[in-house]
Design a protein around this ligand. Structure first.
Ligand SMILES: [Zn+2]
Length: 460
């Protein structure tokens, strides 16, 4: 063995505490990962892999957890431009206020800057993949490629031409084009994203669902987020948003529903039977006082539950560590049951279940040979994370995004020792800061509320 030539590889991560998040939740102490190109070539102990591989670069992960990158299944990256602009309102009036600013400031260029900043923030938080619903998806895809970030996105279906100025017909045409262009991309996962049942007509929802099925791609929408939405849906269509989407044939294993806060008792089994994934967004749901999703019941019914930060206006940051912690705490609290939401379950939601929701389980969501090297190194042993008796407990309750040291996406080093290697972060922050100044001036002008062009459909 000793005389056998070593296999050349690009990167060898050594001396880490490996938390694989594979089906058996394997852990390797003093573990190593060999990376060749975009893939994980081998996983084992450091001594074994050091004897077999000749890396171009060694990353010493001593004192760190090495785990799969986190997956954020619900966000709106471009809304980072309006972070902190609208506060202390429920969803419907909050959206109308936000759309005033969006209508005026959203364009291809501003969205590009916002998306870059959002993906930088997410990389810094150890997020390697996100499902992003926002205007100008070509600019989102471009920004993701610049950062080196995995992005699921696609055209937003919305009846009113707010923000991007497009009518549904034009968006539909471009949605097809986007799905075709990104069908086989290394970083971009194409999706069809009707905003909600209250902003998209029956005809356009059906069209979106058909399009997603034709391309075998994701169908993403908000559903049953607030009591008002459910009440209005009953009034307009005689059923709940979940039942309505099911009637349209939109609930499939490729469907990701954000929120699902207000479900009827029989809808948990329906979502499970249809194989739908839910993006649980506790921060946004609490901040907008939408309610608390019954995640415990979803899990009992076998629904695939994942975690989302939601956009940076309704949650104000893109911190999936905070989301993990809050998701666990709130279920324990509202159900008066401390045994709910084990730490392993919560970390699974933020990794392997997220990959399942996006239809990319075979590629990412866990550290396994042959998968994409979407890997984060997390510093342990600091004052706030010492001692550590259980790694999952540390991840959910002690560690945070500031502990993420190094991030690889698709085998590429995107952040190394907290330094971003792919993009000029200072330039991006400055561009968004300048846009923020213009937004502040605009909203301080009187009568700007009259410019509001709501996208919420109302029946008289
Ligand atoms: Zn949302």
């Amino acid at each position: 063995m000793e005389n056998e030539p070593k296999i050349p590889i690009n990167i060898l991560i050594t001396h880490g505490f490996l938390i694989s998040m594979d089906a058996g939740l394997s852990i390797i102490q003093d573990g190593a990962i060999a990376i060749e190109g975009s893939r994980i070539a081998a996983i084992g102990t450091t001594s074994t892999l050091e004897s077999q591989y000749q890396p171009q670069q060694i990353i010493d992960a001593s004192g760190m957890f090495v785990m799969p990158g986190l997956i954020n299944t619900h966000t709106h990256s471009g809304d980072i431009l309006f972070r902190g602009l609208v506060e202390d309102l429920p969803l419907e009036s909050w959206l109308e206020q936000l759309w005033v600013a969006e209508n005026h400031f959203i364009n291809a260029e501003s969205v590009g800057w916002g998306a870059r900043l959002a993906y930088i923030e997410m990389v810094r938080s150890g997020i390697t993949t996100a499902l992003d619903m926002f205007w100008f998806p070509y600019e989102l895809a471009q920004a993701a490629k610049e950062v080196g970030f995995h992005l699921a996105t696609g055209f937003v279906f919305f009846d009113s031409p707010i923000a991007d100025g497009m009518l549904p017909k034009e968006r539909y045409r471009l949605a097809r084009q986007f799905l075709t262009q990104y069908a086989c991309d290394e970083l971009i996962i194409p999706a069809v994203q009707p905003h909600s049942v209250y902003t998209v007509s029956t005809e356009n929802l059906k069209q979106a669902s058909k399009l997603a099925q034709e391309f075998g791609t994701l169908f993403v929408t908000h559903a049953s987020e607030t009591l008002t939405e459910v009440r209005n849906c009953r009034r307009d269509y005689g059923c709940t948003p979940i039942q309505y989407l099911d009637r349209l044939g939109a609930l499939t294993p490729r469907t990701v529903l954000a929120h699902c806060v207000h479900l009827d008792s029989d809808e948990f089994d329906l979502l499970s039977q249809r194989g739908v994934s839910v993006a649980n967004c506790p921060v946004s749901n609490m901040k907008l006082a939408s309610g608390i999703a019954n995640v415990s019941q979803m899990l009992l019914s076998g629904v695939n539950v994942t975690l989302g930060t939601d956009g940076p206006v309704s949650g104000n940051d893109l911190n999936l560590w905070y989301t993990m912690r809050l998701a666990a705490l709130v279920q324990k609290t509202v159900n008066h049951d401390a045994s709910l939401m084990s730490t392993k379950q919560v970390v699974s939601m933020a990794t392997r279940e997220g990959a399942k929701a996006l239809g990319i389980s075979a590629k990412t969501g866990s550290l396994e040979v042959g998968k994409q090297a979407d890997i984060i190194l997390v510093q342990t042993g600091r004052a706030h994370s010492t001692p550590s008796f259980d790694p999952y407990s540390s991840i959910v309750y002690s560690l945070g995004r500031e502990d993420v040291e190094t991030v690889l996406i698709n085998g590429r080093l995107v952040m190394y020792n907290r330094n971003l290697l792919t993009i000029n972060e200072t330039e991006v922050i400055e561009a968004v800061r300048q846009l923020g100044i213009q937004i502040a001036i605009y909203v301080s002008q009187p009568n700007q509320a009259e410019k509001s062009q709501t996208g919420i459909r109302r029946k008289e």
